[in-house]
Write a protein that binds this ligand. Structure first.
Ligand code: GLP
Length: 233
């Protein structure tokens, strides 16, 4: 695992955007795995700024999001589809036919896995880190060989993401790529920063590999970069 440490979120997300752009320049038809959450917002902002200066940067790129809430229509303000439109899709030249999110209204996990396979598999996947070590929505206890499926969200994850649902109806379930699905990505970049993440970052750094701490699965993969923030509590 390659670790890079940054003393601000801005520096970390600038680096993440640089990695994404470098990968797209090297392979304009790259298949990206994409995260949501607060941490990657700065990465998407920089990618959008950079793309405005380049010609046709995303035209052949294919994207697969890690997860989506169940029972939340795509046009709901709290859906990850809305998040992706707001932070990336509406501002770059991605072909909508090349963007994919799991369908939270009629979850079909095997169809999503098949679509990823049809696209040739994930080349580069960016991940955020949950405070309890979750990646995607793979909560503690998830087997490392798990595939895309519907999961029940823990209270702590529902609480952490509650501000997306100001009416108080925080979804109880989500559809997420499995840890096994994520580990098949040829390269992985973990964005580990933000409030309340220090403990999870230290646990990951310890090198202990345990299904009780989903992000530790990344130690079993040969090509992972961790971009981590310092002084985050
Ligand atoms: C959600 C997402 C995860 C994300 C996590 C951390 O639970 N499903 O993919 O990594 O939030 O989000 P944040 O960056 O807001 O701390």
């Amino acid at each position: 695992m390659k670790w890079e440490t940054f003393n601000s979120q801005a520096a970390l997300t600038t680096r993440a955007a640089e990695l994404m752009f470098g990968a797209i320049r090297a392979n304009p038809k790259i298949v990206l795995g994409l995260p949501t959450g607060r941490t990657p917002i700065g990465m998407y902002d920089r990618v959008v700024q950079e793309c405005a200066r380049e010609y046709r940067c995303f035209s052949d790129v294919v994207t697969f999001n890690l997860d989506e809430y169940c029972g939340v229509p795509p046009d709901h303000t709290g859906s990850y589809f809305t998040y992706m439109k707001r932070h990336l899709f509406d501002h770059v030249d991605l072909d909508p036919r090349n963007t994919h999110l799991p369908n939270g209204m009629a979850p079909d996990p095997s169809a999503y896995e098949a679509e990823i396979r049809r696209a040739g598999g994930l080349d580069l996947t960016f991940l955020g880190l949950g405070r309890n070590g979750h990646i995607g929505f793979n909560e503690p206890g998830t087997p490392f060989d798990s595939r895309t499926r519907v999961v029940e969200l823990t209270q702590s994850t529902r609480h952490a993401n509650a501000d997306l649902f100001p009416d108080g109806h925080v979804p109880t379930h989500a559809i997420t790529m499995g840890i096994g699905t994520i580990l098949e990505s040829r390269e992985i970049v973990l964005l580990a920063a933000g409030e309340g993440k220090a403990e999870a970052i230290e646990r990951l750094r310890s090198g202990e590999v345990s299904e009780e701490f989903p992000a530790s699965a990344l130690w079993t993969h040969g090509n992972v970069s961790v971009l981590c923030g310092v002084r985050e509590r």
